[in-house]
Design a protein around this ligand. Structure first.
Ligand code: NDP
Length: 513
């Protein structure tokens, strides 16, 4: 395995922390502020923004939830959340103290208009005190079933529209956006009765990762890859999002969700659309999202027959991860002993357009797989005439590693030193860590900053979300009609035999990352 040095001029090394503009002054209202997402992700991300000066100096964070809590208790829990979830980065105590002081808490029920009137008064006071220019960002971090009630109360309290010409009101809606096509459409209608589409930020934190955005940088920031990025040179594409963890504490949620909803409809289709997208005319929200939508609309729809042949579900059974015995899914607490919830999905996806006709995109995701890895692998066609037969020459592959080791690796063949003409497989590796250091901003920090600056490029639009659901809906429908059992795979493997057969039938095989 060869590797090239990341030869980057000093001046070209971007300091990711300083490369983002400060956001507008604003009040951030988090609904569900006593919960897991708020403490594990949102508060640490906001601290990251505050500490690197890309949160405006004038801001307020208002937590709203049903639990009773004083401002001081919320400030303490915010400081604790930062200490616990800061990924081990050093924390300046003064920074943390002044950050936590911007937290305010409002307790209330989502059915009580008085609670929202109190919220409205608090917002006005803070606006005046801290000169927030009337800008408001609402973040829905409650269970999804609560979203419609929150939205209705925001409207009733007169908070949905900006107070002045120069101020803004935006709303962030967490994933999952609906649990099927009908509910996603209904949620879109509910939101769009109250907010304009331009106010709505449907978040999928995957898109906040630098390495996911790097798919676009690689393709459209370079002249050498794009000419190869089509059916003339690409044999097939493999997209993997594997986790070695099981369902952990989330079994109750997972039992009603499964891998198709949790991963395929969102993350895997996002990666598919970014890998397959046509060059947008510019890098703005409308152009990029228009092109992503075109890919989703070009996905060949499944029929009940093609669901049976092209989509595989699986469920992890007992096995070993890193030499340790681990329980099967059905033995996990809060999982039914006869559960048919899928913890693995593999699918052959076809894109009916000129660029990708007949190039399969094989996608797979699973829990309790051999190792944690997310990658997009572009497998190129074989050389047209093989000069070096009998040397086990494989095709060339370009792998975009999204996690855990972020980077790009291109596999090719080189002559082994020596008298004879013998070839070996080598790789050119680009590592994010080696090139840019570990100063990568967290995905939530990137997306919150985008939202406060009004940049919706990395957020889903109503039509995009619905197109993704429309693509997976026939799978749910077919499974509902037919599925009585799910193939098992041992924890610590790469999924069930049926997943391998999906490719071996086409004369291909999954990469073993
Ligand atoms: P939690 O289950 O921790 O709920 C958040 C808060 O919502 C709770 O603290 C609770 O506060 C309130 N809540 C719970 N049930 C109800 C209810 N029936 N009615 C009103 N309020 C309720 O959720 P998370 O924080 O884990 O997730 C929030 C949202 O973010 C969800 O939509 C989730 O799917 C999404 N998400 C979460 C991720 C994560 O890592 N946690 C990752 C990606 C998305 P109180 O009782 O004080 O009102």
């Amino acid at each position: 395995m060869a590797s090239i040095t990341n030869d980057i001029a000093e001046t070209a090394v971007l300091d990711a922390r300083s490369s983002v503009a400060a956001a507008d002054p604003c009040a951030i209202v988090i609904f569900g502020a006593s919960g897991d997402l708020t403490h594990r992700k949102l508060i640490p991300a906001l601290f990251e923004l505050a500490a690197c000066r890309s949160l405006a100096s004038r801001f307020a964070i208002i937590g709203f939830a049903r639990s009773e809590m004083s401002d001081a208790a919320f400030q303490d829990s915010a400081a604790e959340a930062v200490r616990k979830n800061n990924g081990g980065c050093p924390i300046n105590d003064n920074d943390l103290r002044s950050f936590a002081q911007s937290f305010v808490y409002v307790a209330g029920d989502y059915d009580q208009p008085e609670a929202f009137e109190k919220l409205s008064r608090r917002l006005e006071e803070l606006d005046e005190e801290r000169h927030l220019e009337g800008n408001r960002l609402f973040y829905l971090a409650t269970p999804p079933a609560v979203y419609p009630r929150v939205i209705a109360q925001i409207q009733k309290a007169g908070l949905a529209q900006p107070a002045g010409d120069n101020s803004w009101v935006r709303i962030v809606v967490e994933k999952p956006f609906g649990h099927d096509l009908a509910s996603a459409r209904k949620l879109n209608r509910t939101i769009l009765e109250v907010f304009e589409e331009t106010q709505v930020y449907r978040i999928d934190h995957f898109l906040g990762k630098d390495t996911v955005q790097n798919l676009l940088a690689l393709r459209f920031g370079n002249g050498i890859f794009e000419p190869l990025w089509n059916r003339n040179y690409v044999d097939h594409v493999q997209i993997t999002a594997a986790e070695s963890l099981g369902v952990e504490q989330r079994a109750a949620f997972y039992e009603t969700t499964g891998a198709l909803r949790d991963m395929v409809q969102s993350h895997l289709l996002q990666l598919t659309s970014l890998a397959a997208i046509e060059p947008p005319s510019n890098f703005d929200a409308t152009a990029v999202r228009n092109e992503k939508l075109k890919v989703l609309q070009a996905l060949r729809p499944y029929t009940p027959e093609t669901v049976a042949t092209n989509v595989v579900a699986g469920q992890y059974a007992q096995g070993q991860i890193d030499g340790e015995d681990v329980a099967g899914y059905r033995q996990e607490p809060a999982v039914k002993s006869d559960s048919v919830t899928e913890t693995f999905v593999a699918a052959k996806v076809l894109i009916d357009n000129w660029r990708w006709a007949d190039v399969p995109f094989y996608i797979r995701t699973g829990k309790r797989m051999r190792r944690r890895v997310t990658e997009v692998a572009i497998n190129f066609r074989r050389a047209p005439h093989l000069l070096f037969r009998g040397q086990g020459i494989d095709t060339n592959t370009m792998v975009l590693n999204i996690q855990p080791e972020e980077g790009i690796s291109i596999g090719f063949h080189a002559k082994l030193p020596g008298q004879q003409m013998r070839l070996a497989h080598v790789a050119m590796d680009f590592s994010y860590l080696a090139a840019f250091g570990a100063s990568e901003r967290s995905a939530y920090a990137t997306l919150l900053n985008d939202c406060m600056r009004g940049d919706a490029t990395l957020f889903d639009r109503a039509d995009g979300v619905e197109a993704a659901w429309a693509f997976v809906q026939p799978i749910f429908d077919a499974w509902e009609r037919q599925r009585r059992s799910v193939p098992a795979y041992p924890a610590g493997s790469w999924g069930p035999r049926e997943g391998d057969e999906l490719l071996s039938r086409d004369g291909r095989h999954w990469r073993k990352p």
